[in-house]
Design a protein around this ligand. Structure first.
Ligand code: NAD
Length: 524
């Protein structure tokens, strides 16, 4: 039976028909996973430097084909080519370079600490091993950069990957995978094309980890599927980012930053500004500036269309709900199908004070900025933290050190002071969240906690016939354990500690003798 994935065949950017892409049959998915699994063992045995060298070649291919990649991303998603070049192509080149540079040191075995008195002649080494075969399931909003943020370090670290792009961006997914042609042994990178059913089948296949980026609703299903198989998953889900504007902020920069943060990728960014909390003293002035900057945006040039009709109807529903609740539409507020924006929505600013309204409470994923006036910073933080999401947040103030202190109080994985969410394009910085945004981490060495697992190898050079804690259990062993407890902190005062050490020194030879003979000490 074929997968039921329905691939968009019409470009949201131009309205032109795009080449049809065949879905992977559901039956083929476990086979692709099993091929990846077979290939992974050998791939992990290839020395790290060789794996890095092989994968690193992809950087040149990405940069060489920059324009072609950006064009295809533009065609499939509708985002302006400038955004595709900056946020997808250049960022991905950096991702390859970053991991090639840091992995040799990060994956170096590390010596484990071990107390030589309690555990004589032993040493421990912690190796970071590949997790195994990974299912990597991705959304459509950054169809090139997001998968590579996981696939590149995963492969370099010795994993095999079975990658499922979104059904809305299968061509970008296919192009991405083709960049690895000839660089990897067969099967190490597999591709599954399809929709939710294909994703579900991939999660139910023999993968060792699922790295998932997408909506909380699907993330929940992925978590259940992984729980059933008792394998881990790394989830990066939705966001409802707050921008907090303090009265002392540089309002010109703040307005421009907020408008970019909200409208970039037509707002279809997990880290988009989706709520603005501004101190009342500057609310009017900031709002005017945001409205002016929003009205200056050119549809189709600065802000592309929504990627799908379904996404546009979410935006329409949220703006309608805001209007019905008394929200004031200060700019935009309607769908538009102009040239170059077949699924367009006018960049929109809404003044609203209703935390329960869908526009303020749910992820909109569209070019809309809801602005709420607050009495002071405490109210702003309280409202910002009340969201069930917690991806990124920003604080806008001229007092950077005050901003830094406030940042520590925000319930978010990334907090930027006087900027918003751009760090998602920087390979060395962790991108992660709290709450229903999920716990996945991409970017920075922290991502290795998902992609690798520690394996301890303990080497024992002790020639003694028995260890202190082995049989026979005797009263001397009990006394010795109590003496250790006293020495390690149980004894009080100098006198107590000295007599604990003396007791320990007296007991050790007795216990040694027991271990040599295998019999309890004679005195007992
Ligand atoms: P989605 O959840 O609809 O789909 C994501 C992927 O999951 C797609 O490939 C889809 O085919 C697949 N899928 C669907 N059902 C599945 C199932 N039952 N099992 C396994 N896979 C299944 O999300 P979307 O609409 O593609 O993307 C938008 C969402 O992604 C937004 O919520 C956005 O905030 C989020 N996102 C988060 C981040 C982040 O870093 N936190 C980044 C980008 C996007």
């Amino acid at each position: 039976m074929a997968s039921e994935a329905v691939f968009a065949t019409t470009s949201p950017a131009t309205g032109e028909e795009l080449e049809a892409i065949e879905a992977t049959t559901l039956e083929a998915i476990p086979e692709i996973v099993s091929r990846a699994r077979d290939a992974q063992e050998k791939w992990a045995e290839v020395p790290l430097e060789k794996r890095i060298k092989a994968v690193e070649k992809v950087k040149h291919r990405i940069l060489e084909r920059a324009e072609e990649i950006a064009k295809l991303v533009h065609l499939e998603t509708g985002k302006p080519e400038e955004e595709a070049l900056l946020g997808e192509v250049l960022a991905s080149g950096d991702v390859v370079g970053y991991w090639a540079e840091v992995l040799p040191e990060e994956l170096e075995p590390e010596e484990a600490e071990i107390d030589a008195l309690s555990y004589p002649k032993k040493s421990g080494w912690i190796h970071r091993e590949a997790r195994g075969t990974l299912g990597v399931i991705m959304p459509w909003n950054f169809p090139f950069a997001l998968p590579l943020r996981t696939i590149v370090p995963a492969l370099m670290a010795g994993n095999a990957v079975v990658f499922k792009p979104s059904e809305l961006t299968p061509r970008t997914g296919r192009l991405l995978a083709s960049l690895f042609d000839g660089l990897l042994p067969d099967g190490v990178l597999g591709v599954v094309q399809g929709g939710g059913d294909a994703g579900a089948r991939l999660c139910a296949s023999d993968v060792d980890l699922v790295v998932f980026t997408g909506s909380p609703a699907t993330g929940r299903k992925v978590a259940h599927a992984c729980a059933d198989r008792l394998v881990p998953c790394a989830l990066e889900l939705g966001g409802k980012d707050a921008a907090i504007v303090l009265a002392d902020a540089d309002l010109e920069r703040t307005a421009n930053g907020i408008v970019w943060g909200a409208m970039m990728n037509a707002g279809q960014n997990c880290g988009a500004v989706e709520r603005v909390y501004v101190e009342s003293k500057v609310a009017k002035e900031l709002t005017e500036k945001i409205v002016a900057a929003t009205k200056a945006l050119r549809l189709g040039t600065d802000v592309g269309p929504l990627t799908s009709a379904a996404q546009r109807s979410v935006v329409e529903r949220h703006v309608t709900a805001a209007k019905e609740a008394g929200g004031q539409i200060l700019a935009g507020g309607e769908s538009v199908d102009e040239k170059g924006a077949k699924l367009g929505y006018r960049p929109t600013v809404v003044k609203i004070d209703d935390e329960k309204n869908p526009l303020v409470a749910e992820e909109t994923f569209g070019p809309v900025v809801p602005i709420t006036e607050v009495a002071d910073v405490e109210e702003a933080i309280k409202r910002a933290n009340a969201s069930r999401y917690g991806l990124t947040a920003s604080i806008w103030t001229k007092d950077v050190s005050a901003g830094e202190k406030l940042a520590r109080r925000l319930r978010a994985g990334v907090v930027t002071v006087n900027n918003h969410s751009f760090t998602g394009a920087i390979a060395s910085m962790p991108w992660t969240g709290v709450g229903e945004t999920g716990w996945g981490v991409t970017g920075s060495v922290h991502a290795l906690d998902h992609l690798t697992r520690p394996r301890l190898v303990l080497l024992d050079r002790n020639r003694a016939k028995r260890e202190t804690w082995w049989y026979p259990y005797t009263p001397t062993l009990k006394k010795l354990a109590l003496a250790f407890a006293a020495v390690r902190g149980g004894a009080t005062g100098i006198g107590g500690r000295v007599s604990a050490v003396l007791a320990l020194l007296g007991l050790l030879p007795k216990r040694m003798k027991e271990l040599r003979t295998g019999k309890p000490a004679a005195s007992e």
